[in-house]
Write a protein that binds this ligand. Structure first.
Ligand code: IVH
Length: 686
């Protein structure tokens, strides 16, 4: 395409509908090309002014002929109308997380495990930087971006399509440098460059706002905006690194995936390399670690991935992470500073946590001013006292920690810090439980109530925007909220009395609270703050019991039937739900909920339920990953080795020892054709 063929001389008013159609079409592809050159390749060919001229012309044409607007038009990157909620969307394949280590010995063990499992002469790994951003799924149907979903809990996330469209390096339409598959789901990482992050924080502070703690938080906030025109103003970038699912194209190696993503117009991780030995992995890690501070975005390690996609299927995954990949993290960055004071924080569960208030220090680009000292035992063990010089470290998103005290010869130290014997918030005498110090005044201590509100409203809970710790503290201190249920009765007038609230923010908060009366059961269960019930247990409880009442009425045996719930957890959950005060508090909140959804999951159910497959050799019609997905969708499982439990061995071309073993054990062997027939099993009707 050549931009000189574009005739700008025809004044807008004189362009016919037909000519406009042709011109918008050409303009889009020219603009897309320059976008790609500028944002993905970093080698612009025209001036900003020339680009703006093309862009303005396209916008003017679209304004005059709105029928010509398409969802993949570059003008759509400015954002769409604000939403009231982000929909929950299921990923087309689970977005697993990565197992991680900092220990080179662990990397060697990983390498050995992989070699044992794949039984190949040589193993090839793909190495990439581990980008410290926000993971996202981008779905393309016939080459057009139709859906973008945050990682969420790995199975489902938040639909952020309008927001993703505003990110210049996200292709709105795949480039036709290679055939466009009918369906493509890409996993990538959204990031904010460090320089842009600092500029953003400065402008936020100028307007009296709270700066973001790190680029990842800023990115996460930006991508989850309800108003995509705000996302459009945030300097986000996106890199693609994995294909989650595809129809109409298949790959044998990850390297080929990365190449294809590049050809389709994605930015891909820089300096990706293929290596064959553990030594090369260690060298790559070392090189990136020393270069880390020269990059304009945060990386927190490297990712080691088995390159051959069929071999990956052999290794398989746990429910959390694949066995064919490992994140090899960098050592956390450490700095030295001084403890100014030790304060006590009272949390949602009544635990008193000592916190070091530090002379602010920058640790790897983030200012650290406080660090948790965990509990009495930890404090005694490290012997941290007020005014001590200490080494602090920040590891990823973990709260900063004090590593050790640095001895100073000429200074007399303060006396050892002692935990108070009364709750600093409500004055109740504390109880000691192992290393912990507890305030037992669960329903009378306002600090605990504030913590409960924050937890209830948190991202994994009801996800009430605008209800953070500052607002929670105001609501409690002003007597507007005495228990969680009071949140539902808050009015705009009441909020307007609070400092920092204007009519828009007050309206928004009331609407956000009311809007969350319909939510998912797992969010509700998490938000209640039941002891031991974190995000994943809440999800399992929701999937198992399917209603709050069923959980409430379950005895310990019934609780233990849930995956991941042992006797200790069951008894803790039971005694919490039985406690008259917590029972009453939860029941009151429950009665205000309108709807608590449980998604339909049909894992392991299907016409091939319980059947075990083993694949060997190369299939002609699909990759092994695809084959595995297909049988799993029908309820079957794939395993890597043949045993008595195996029902079918699918023999592709060149299968070896697994076939022999199958014959020995008398396991049914399917040709590829017979296997395809198995996949066509009729699904039972409704
Ligand atoms: S591969 C199942 N490659 O790290 C494995 N992940 O701690 C798929 N991440 O949530 C992930 N850079 O968002 C992969 N080059 C990279 C990555 C990467 C960053 C993130 C990813 C994941 C997290 C795991």
């Amino acid at each position: 395409m050549n931009e000189s063929s574009l005739d700008f001389d025809v004044p807008l008013e004189q362009v016919s509908a037909e000519a406009a159609e042709e011109e918008t079409h050409e303009l889009r592809s020219v603009i897309q090309r320059h976008n790609h050159l500028y944002y993905v390749k970093g080698v612009p060919e025209i001036s900003d002014a020339a680009y703006d001229r093309l862009f303005r012309r396209l916008r003017a044409l679209e304004e005059r002929f709105p029928d010509l607007i398409t969802i993949d038009s570059p003008t759509r990157r400015v954002g769409a109308s604000p939403r009231t909620d982000l929909p929950t969307i299921r990923h087309c394949a689970p977005m697993l997380s990565l197992d991680s280590t900092q220990d080179p010995a662990e990397v060697l063990r990983f390498d050995e495990r992989v070699r044992r499992a794949v039984e190949a002469d040589h193993v090839e790994y793909l190495l990439e930087p581990k980008l410290d951003g926000v993971s996202i799924e981008l779905v393309y149907e016939r080459g057009v971006l139709t859906r973008a979903v945050t990682r969420g809990n790995g199975l489902e996330g938040e639909g952020v399509t309008d927001n993703a469209r505003t990110i210049p390096s996200v292709p709105l339409r795949l480039r036709e440098e290679r055939p466009i598959p009918e369906f493509l789901s890409v996993r990538g990482e959204v990031l904010m460059p460090l320089t842009a992050f600092e500029a953003l924080n400065e402008s936020i502070m100028e307007e009296g706002g709270e700066p973001y703690a790190n680029p990842r938080n800023a990115t996460s906030g930006a991508i989850r905006q309800l108003d995509s025109s705000i996302t459009a103003t945030r300097p986000l970038e996106c890199l693609g690194y994995e294909v989650l699912d595809a129809r109409g194209v298949s790959f044998r190696t990850d390297w080929a995936v990365i190449e294809a993503l590049g050809a389709w117009g994605f930015r891909t991780p820089e300096r990706a390399e293929r290596v064959r030995s553990a030594d090369e992995i260690l060298a790559y890690h070392g090189a990136f670690q020393s270069d880390r501070d020269n990059l304009d975005y945060e990386i927190d390690g490297i990712v080691i991935k088995l390159d051959d996609l069929d071999e990956r299927v052999d290794l398989g995954s746990t429910s959390h992470h694949p066995r064919w990949a490992l994140a090899f993290k960098f050592e956390p960055r450490k700095e030295v500073t001084r403890v100014e004071r030790i304060a006590i924080q009272v949390g949602r569960t009544g635990v008193l946590t000592p916190v070091a208030l530090l002379l602010p220090v920058e640790v790897g680009g983030v200012t650290v001013a406080r660090a948790t000292l965990h509990n009495r035992e930890e404090l005694e063990r490290k012997d941290i006292r007020e005014k001590d010089l200490v080494r602090v470290q920040r590891a990823g998103d973990v709260i900063p920690q004090v590593v050790e005290v640095i001895p100073e010869e000429d200074r007399t130290r303060a006396s050892p810090f002692e935990m108070p014997d009364r709750c600093p918030n409500c004055g109740t005498r504390v109880q000691i439980s192992g290393p912990f110090t507890l305030c037992p005044n669960r329903f009378g201590c306002s600090a605990q109530l504030k913590g409960r509100i924050v937890h209830f409203a948190s991202r994994s809970g009801l996800d009430i925007e605008g209800l953070g710790s500052e607002t929670a503290a105001l609501l409690v201190d002003r007597g507007l909220v005495d228990e969680l249920v009071d949140l539902f009765d808050l009015t705009v007038e009441q909020l307007l009395e609070l400092p920092g609230f204007a009519s828009k923010s007050a309206d928004n908060l009331v609407a956000a609270i009311q809007g969350r009366r319909s939510t998912q059961l797992r969010r509700f269960l998490f938000g209640l703050g039941i002891p031991e019930v974190g995000v994943s247990v809440a999800g399992d409880l929701a999937a198992h019991f399917r209603s709050y009442e069923a959980l409430r009425d379950a005895d310990e045996d019934a609780l233990q039937a849930v995956r991941g719930v042992g006797p200790k957890m069951a008894s803790q959950i039971r005694s919490f739900l039985e406690d008259p005060k917590s029972h009453a508090a939860i029941q009151a909140v429950f009665e205000r909920m309108i709807q608590l959804d449980v998604p339909e999951v049909r894992q392991g159910e299907g016409p091939l339920s319980g059947r075990r497959f083993v694949f060997t050799g190369t299939l002609q019609s699909m990759t092994r990953a695809r084959a595995k997905q297909s049988i799993e969708a029908l309820g079957a499982r794939a395993s890597s080795s043949v045993s008595k439990e195996t029902d079918f061995v699918v023999a592709g071309e060149g299968g070896g020892s697994k076939l022999e073993r199958a014959r020995e054990l008398g396991v049914t062997i399917l040709t590829e054709g017979e296997f395809l027939d198995q996949l066509k099993v009729e699904t039972p009707g409704p």
